[in-house]
Write a protein that binds this ligand. Structure first.
Ligand SMILES: Cc1cc2nc3c(=O)[nH]c(=O)nc-3n(C[C@H](O)[C@H](O)[C@H](O)COP(=O)(O)OP(=O)(O)OC[C@H]3O[C@@H](n4cnc5c(N)ncnc54)[C@H](O)[C@@H]3O)c2cc1C
Length: 476
């Protein structure tokens, strides 16, 4: 492609669009390699951090090696939790309650095992679009019998892929899960948070990243709308028409947001993925944080670990007396999140939960993941972001760090190739992909028992026998 020559001298060496975990990681990595570079970061929000949020905890499994190494370079402690911490306290989950709790959990476990066993065939890099593959809503409905387990799975699909279950097909969802080590891992990270995982404070992580970047400007409330690629630099324009020029630009934003940008010359075909989901009504995610005088949940005999399937709310103890979590909701419910969450917590943990000493919330759109990772830059425009580029731990923090480091190395390759070592290149090689799980024979066998089919065929056979009996009785 022939690019036009620009008339200006670029103001910056590297411009990073998006101050989420991936954008900030790129900034730290670039400065660590070459401190003299002129860098700037832009974000459309009023606070940096993106999906990371500013409060609460994030959970890291051992497979997120990029994240673990990066945290040790930053001197941020990943807390390994004590085995007996809160061991006698119960969790407070919708799924544990009622007469149907046991069969609901049984069929959910069976379904999750079944998907995990099939995961080996799927790869995040392939992201195949086979025709005649059911969407996840149909797949869930035809494999799960109880409404409670279906709703749990619908929430999980939407939380993780950013798309409602009827807009992502089975193959796409499986490719996405395979890039994170399987569905059980996702469930552990987003819902169960087992003791085998490490945790990290979002605030501590964000403060450390910003501290490392104290020499460079992070501009907030700047929404990028246009990217103009010249032969020797890139011009990025914000929503009020202010241009920023740089030798290389890292777009550390979700792919659906890349698709909204105006590119000049137009983005080459290999990058352009027309979205069939432009007009869908998006769900929002509000992360909340509360501080109390005491941990009221502990006084009720609970560990604070909370899950409601409808409305979809997840909560956990951040530290004794601090409580965090998130709620997925439609845009018109945004103003009532606080009321809904506090009421639900009060119902379960006591009326005192209604009156926190401090309450904070942050609402955001979930990132949509519906394409193969975009690992190849477009000359001086480099893609980044956990949902956009990561090949491993996609849509997780490990993916954000992996893509941030990869983007930093690509940008350095454009502006200061002499500082890029073979070690840096080795670090950003495509990662070993998920190899699948192995289950015991019994679990594998159990995972094949489909309660939905079992009930459907039992009712059918009983009905048929009844009709035949009835017909025979009439004719006799
Ligand atoms: C509730 C929740 C819990 C999670 N828990 C865990 C966990 O326990 N463990 C784990 O590993 N992962 C977890 N994750 C996932 C992890 O937080 C994310 O994968 C990671 O933070 C994504 O970072 P990112 O930089 O790729 O994207 P983002 O955080 O989405 O950053 C993108 C940034 O770009 C900005 N932007 C977008 N468009 C523009 C534009 N046009 N102009 C300027 N700026 C723009 C946005 O404002 C945003 O700040 C969780 C996610 C959520 C939502």
């Amino acid at each position: 492609m022939d690019l036009p020559f620009g008339k200006e001298l670029p103001q910056l060496d590297v411009l990073i669009v998006g101050a989420g975990l991936s954008g900030l990681t790129s900034g730290v990595k670039i400065l660590a390699k070459e401190h003299s570079l002129n860098l700037k970061i832009l974000d459309e929000c009023s606070k940096p951090g993106g999906l990371l949020g500013t409060q609460g905890l994030r959970f890291v499994n051992k497979e997120q090696t990029e994240m673990i190494n990066f945290m040790s370079q930053l001197n941020v402690t990943l807390r390994v939790r004590e085995e007996d911490e809160g061991a006698n306290l119960e969790r407070c989950w919708d799924l544990d309650r009622g007469l149907l709790a046991a069969p609901v959990k049984f069929e959910l476990r069976r379904y999750i095992n079944m998907l995990d066993l099939r995961m080996k065939k799927y790869s995040s890099l392939r992201f195949r679009f086979r025709k005649r593959v059911p969407n996840m809503e149909r797949h869930i409905r035809s494999n799960l019998f109880f409404e409670q387990s279906r709703k749990f799975m619908f929430n999980l699909v939407e939380l993780f892929s950013g798309l409602p279950a009827n807009e992502i097909n089975f193959d796409e969802f499986m490719c996405l899960c395979s890039s994170c080590g399987g569905l059980s891992v996702i469930i552990d990270i987003y819902f169960k948070m087992p003791k085998s995982m490490m945790d990290v404070s979002c605030k501590k992580l964000l403060d450390t990243l910003i501290e490392k970047l104290h020499d460079i400007e992070i501009l907030k409330n700047v929404k990028v709308v246009k990217v103009k690629h010249f032969k020797d630099y890139v011009e990025v324009t914000n929503s009020i028409g202010k241009p920023y020029t740089a030798q290389a630009v890292i777009l550390a934003i979700p792919w659906e947001r890349v698709n909204e940008l105006q590119f000049e010359p137009p983005l080459p075909k290999q990058y352009f993925k027309p979205s069939a989901h432009k007009d869908r009504s998006k769900k929002l995610l509000t992360q909340f944080f509360m501080r109390y005088t005491k941990s009221h949940w502990v006084y009720q005999g609970y560990s604070g670990h909370f899950l409601s399937v409808e409305p979809f709310v997840v909560g956990y103890e951040n530290q004794p007396t601090e409580y965090s979590g998130y709620m997925m909701h439609s845009p018109d419910e945004s103003n009532s999140v606080r009321e809904t969450v506090l009421e639900m917590l009060a119902e379960n943990f006591g009326e005192e939960m209604q009156n926190p000493l401090e309450y904070q919330e942050q609402t955001m759109e979930l990132n949509t993941t519906l394409s193969s990772p975009q690992t190849k830059p477009w000359l001086r425009v480099i893609w980044s972001g956990s949902s956009t580029v990561a090949t491993k731990n996609r849509n997780l923090m490990g993916g954000a760090v992996e893509s941030g480091i990869r983007a930093a190395v690509s940008a350095l390759y454009v502006v200061r190739p002499q500082v890029v070592s073979w070690r840096d290149l080795q670090e950003v090689q495509d990662r070993k992909l998920y190899e699948g799980i192995s289950l015991s024979r019994v679990s594998a066998l159990l995972s094949r028992i489909n309660l939905y089919n079992f009930t459907f065929y039992s009712v059918f056979v009983i009905g048929l026998v009844f009709l035949l009996n009835f017909g025979y009785g009439q004719s006799a």
